[in-house]
Design a protein around this ligand. Structure first.
Ligand code: CTP
Length: 401
């Protein structure tokens, strides 16, 4: 099934009988994982109601360029920037003519000029109008500009004619749009990432934890979305904003992180354990704050579950990727950890250089050997790491097929 996971599609509807198919189209897009926002021209509203499109997409439909209320909610330039793809379906002969001349006399034509996103058009009109040299010239112009054209199909027309001019069917449009994103290395993949530290409560006001900032996990989540993935980030307590389009689940302790992971692992293609999970937790958490009435005190500790090992023990299991921040022999410790935890890939680095830093260097360790990732900003390193993960996924897919 074609996927548009996480994609933001701006669906422009112009005036034509095929506009009724946009109800089905937006449903297919939503089901494929996209968020759809609809812009309708005045003529389109004669064929399908804004209310229908609003109900189907769950988003307010955009109608006018000069609408104070709509501009206050999401201005037209913001809307133009929001989109990953603008699809105009159906694109009428009049609309083609207007955009071929760079007009900006309504909201949709203005968005076409303003958007940095790719533009796709699904023309639909009477066969005579389609074949007219004026339309063909306009088409050649928009084609030359790099707009993607879907169709039209040939066949019976609503007006009784037979010939080219039917809008491409919604399922085919979905496949065509999904195809535009298929070059993204993690298109359609679900990545489950743990990040940040865990906190293990001693009493209501104190806890055991570590210096993890969560920056590496958050950089990976951000870059994975940019590479086309759907991302679930299970995060310990950190002071970072949630990256755009990432589903973030906040947890505190290791046991909570384990159950949040297990609840969501089934459809994950990749598990990346970046969290600095506390290895131990206090055996007893007191209900009252501990008073300093003793000269010394002991806290009994219990071993926490090893989340990544639990994931690696699943059958079937996702691709399992670990991190190791070491202080001694980074390579030897990393290799031992890769084997002990049965990981597919491990990124090892020096703990003293990693925590709370914006930059990092790492060594990728796998059964095939080691690859150095030179020191750079965590985002750049994250992109390299995800590239390696994507390679492994496609190698596994090739073997399976
Ligand atoms: N990890 C985990 N659950 C734990 C501990 C670690 O999922 N309870 C994961 C980390 O997210 C990381 C990898 O295991 O991907 C290695 O973490 P690290 O803390 O280096 O491993 P430990 O098993 O704690 O090894 P050490 O004895 O060196 O502390």
């Amino acid at each position: 099934m074609p996927t548009l996971t996480n994609k933001r599609i701006l669906l422009g509807i112009t005036g034509g009988i095929a506009a009724y198919k946009c109800a089905e189209l937006s449903r297919l897009f939503t089901r494929a994982g996209a968020e759809v926002r609809v812009v309708m021209t005045r003529a389109a509203q004669e064929f399908v109601t804004p209310l229908t499109m609003q109900a189907l997409t769950g988003n307010r439909v955009h109608l006018d360029l000069l609408d104070f209320e709509a501009e206050a909610a999401m201005g037209h330039i913001e809307l133009a920037r929001w989109a990953d793809l603008v699809l105009v379906a159906p694109a009428s002969a009049d609309f083609l003519a207007r955009i071929a001349h760079g007009r900006a006399d309504d909201l949709l034509s203005t968005l076409i000029l303003a958007t940095p996103a790719p533009i796709a058009l699904a023309p639909a009109m009477n066969q005579g109008m389609w074949s007219d040299p004026g339309t063909q010239q306009n088409l050649a112009e928009v084609h030359h500009r790099g707009y993607r054209l879907f169709g039209p199909d040939e066949g019976d027309q609503a007006c009784g004619d037979v010939g080219p001019g039917r809008m491409v069917e919604p399922a085919e449009l979905l496949a065509g749009c999904a195809e535009l994103f298929s070059g993204e290395p993690l298109a359609g993949r679900h990545l489950l990432i743990t990040g940040g530290p865990t906190r293990e409560a001693i009493d209501p006001v104190r806890f055991l934890s570590n210096h993890s900032s969560g920056k590496m996990a958050y950089a990976l989540a951000t870059e994975a979305v940019a590479a086309g993935a759907r991302v679930t980030l299970i995060s310990g307590p950190v002071a970072l904003p949630t990256p755009d389009r990432v589903t973030r689940i906040d947890v505190v302790g290791a046991e909570e992180m384990l159950s949040a992971t297990m609840e969501r692992i089934t459809d994950a293609d990749v598990f990346i354990g970046v969290a600095a999970v506390a290895d131990y937790r206090p055996a007893n958490q007191t209900a009252e704050k501990i008073k300093k009435d003793q000269v010394s005190m002991k806290i009994d500790l219990l071993r926490n579950p090893d989340i990544i090992s639990e994931v690696a023990g699943l059958n079937p299991r996702p691709l399992v990727v670990g991190f190791a921040a070491e202080t001694g022999d980074v390579l030897a410790n990393g290799r031992e950890k890769l084997e002990r935890k049965r990981l597919d890939l491990l990124f090892a680095n020096n703990a003293t250089e990693t925590f709370n830093s914006d930059e990092v260097a790492a060594t990728a360790i796998s059964a095939e050997g080691e690859i150095e990732i030179p020191r750079a900003r965590k985002e750049a390193v994250a992109r390299k790491m995800l590239g390696m993960i994507a390679e492994r996924l496609s190698a596994a897919a090739d073997t399976a097929s």
